[in-house]
Design a protein around this ligand. Structure first.
Ligand SMILES: [Mg+2]
Length: 369
C-alpha cells in the first residue's frame, strides 16, 4: 500500500458558547477553524483525523501540513506507522508540531484499521469494549452551579465528575466542599487546578480535596515545576495527576517517573503526538504500575481516537467528557454517547469506526488544500 495524496479541508465551526476551563483562558462566544485531514492511499482506503478545537483554531497549521509533512508522506507505506512517527517526531517539540503529527498518526491508524477490517482498539491489542466516563466541568459562575451540574450527571447514571475551578484557592476550596455535600460520599470527584497554584496554595487546596475524599488532584502546580511536584507528593496522600502539558513525546515522562513526581501520567494524541506516542507512554506507565489517564482530545474525532486507545490499555480508568457538549461535540453524524450506567462503548466498525459529517464540513468549508 502507498500514500498517494494528503488533503486538508478547513471548515468553520460557528456559535461556540463562551466557555473557559482555567483562569488563563477567558470565555467569549467564538467560531473556530477546524481541519479534516485526509490521507489517501492507492487502495482507495482513506485515513481521517480532525485537527483543532473550540479554543484552538487550526490557523496557519493547515498549510504547514501540506508544506512540511505531505512531501514526507507521499509514496510511503501508510502501514509503517512506527517508521513514519519516528521520522516526523525526531526533534519535534511544542504544540504545533505535536498536534499535526498527532493528526497524521491518527489518520494512519484509521487506514490500518480499515485495511485490516478491525477497529483501531483491536489492532492495538483489544483489552475491553466499554469504560466509565466522567463529566469534566468548564469554569462555572458559583459553587452551587458546580453542585447542580455534578448532581445532574450523577442522576443520569454517571459515576464521576471533575471540577475545573476558577483557580482562586479560597473559592476553589468552597466549590469542592459544596459539590461534595451535594453528591454525597459515594460519588467520585476529581479536581483539576490547571497549573495555577503556588506551592503553599497547592498544599492547602490539596489537603481539603484529600479530606473530602477526592479521587485525584490534577495539575495544581506549573507544568514544568517538577521539584514542586516532588515536594507536593510527599506532603499529600491524594493521588497527583500531572503531565497533561507540555506538548511532548514519550521521553519527556521519564523524569516524572524516575523522580516520583506524580502518581498518574496524562496525555492525549492531540497534545502528545498521536496514538503511537500515547501507546508507548501508556505501556511505559504500566511497567511502573502507574495509570495513564487519557486527557480529552479537544474535538470529536480525536475523542474517538482516545476511546480506542483506552479500550486497548488496562491502566486508564476513565474516558473524559469535557462539558458543555456545545463546545466539544462537532463534526460527527453520531458522537460518543454515555449510557445510563455512565459507560461508553467501543465502535465496532473498522478504523476509527465512526461516521464523519462530510455534509456539514462541505457546507461550512473555508478552503481546501
Ligand atoms: Mg486537565
Amino acid at each position: 500500500m502507498k500514500i498517494l495524496d494528503v488533503k486538508v479541508t478547513v471548515w468553520e465551526w460557528n456559535g461556540i458558547p463562551p466557555v473557559s476551563y482555567s483562569a488563563s483562558i477567558q470565555g467569549v462566544e467564538r467560531s473556530t477553524h477546524m481541519a479534516l485531514l485526509k490521507i489517501i492511499t492507492d487502495t482507495g482506503i482513506e485515513g481521517h483525523a480532525f485537527i483543532g478545537s473550540a479554543l484552538y483554531s487550526i490557523g496557519k497549521d493547515a498549510q504547514v501540513i501540506i508544506d512540511r509533512y505531505k512531501p514526507s508522506l507521499v509514496g510511503r507505506n501508510p502501514l509503517d506507522r512506527e517508521r513514519i512517527w519516528q521520522s516526523l517526531s525526531k526533534n519535534a517539540l511544542g504544540w504545533s508540531p505535536m498536534r499535526l503529527i498527532g493528526g497524521i498518526d491518527i489518520a494512519l491508524w484509521d487506514i490500518a484499521g480499515k485495511a485490516a477490517g478491525v477497529p483501531i482498539h483491536q489492532l492495538m491489542g483489544g483489552y475491553r469494549t466499554s469504560v466509565p466516563a466522567y463529566a469534566s466541568s468548564a469554569v462555572l459562575p458559583s459553587p452551587e452551579a458546580y453542585a447542580e451540574e455534578a448532581l445532574k450527571y450523577k442522576e443520569l447514571g454517571w459515576t464521576a465528575y471533575k471540577i475545573h475551578p476558577p483557580s482562586i484557592p479560597t473559592t476553589d476550596i468552597r466549590i469542592c466542599q459544596v459539590v461534595r455535600d451535594a453528591v454525597g460520599d459515594d460519588f467520585r470527584l476529581m479536581l483539576d487546578a490547571t497549573w495555577s497554584y503556588n506551592y503553599a496554595d497547592a498544599v492547602s487546596v490539596g489537603r481539603v480535596a484529600e479530606d473530602l475524599g477526592f479521587y485525584w488532584y490534577e495539575d495544581p502546580l506549573p507544568y514544568d515545576d517538577i521539584n514542586g511536584y516532588m515536594k507536593l507528593k510527599q506532603a499529600l496522600k491524594i493521588p497527583i495527576a500531572a503531565t497533561e502539558l507540555p506538548a511532548t513525546g514519550p521521553t519527556a515522562y521519564a523524569p516524572w517517573i524516575l523522580n516520583q513526581a506524580t502518581d498518574y501520567l496524562r496525555g492525549d494524541p492531540a497534545i502528545k503526538g498521536g496514538l503511537t506516542s500515547c501507546l508507548k507512554t501508556a505501556h511505559t506507565a504500566e511497567t511502573f504500575h502507574m495509570n495513564y489517564e487519557v486527557h480529552h482530545g479537544g474535538n470529536s474525532l480525536t475523542n474517538v481516537a482516545n476511546m480506542h486507545l483506552i479500550m486497548a490499555i488496562r491502566n486508564c480508568e476513565y474516558f473524559e467528557v469535557l462539558l458543555p457538549d456545545s463546545a466539544q461535540k462537532h463534526g460527527l453524524v453520531v458522537d460518543i454517547e454515555v449510557d445510563k450506567y455512565g459507560m461508553i462503548h467501543a465502535p465496532t466498525g473498522s478504523g476509527l469506526g465512526v461516521e464523519i459529517d462530510f455534509d456539514l464540513i462541505e457546507h461550512n468549508k473555508v478552503m481546501e488544500l
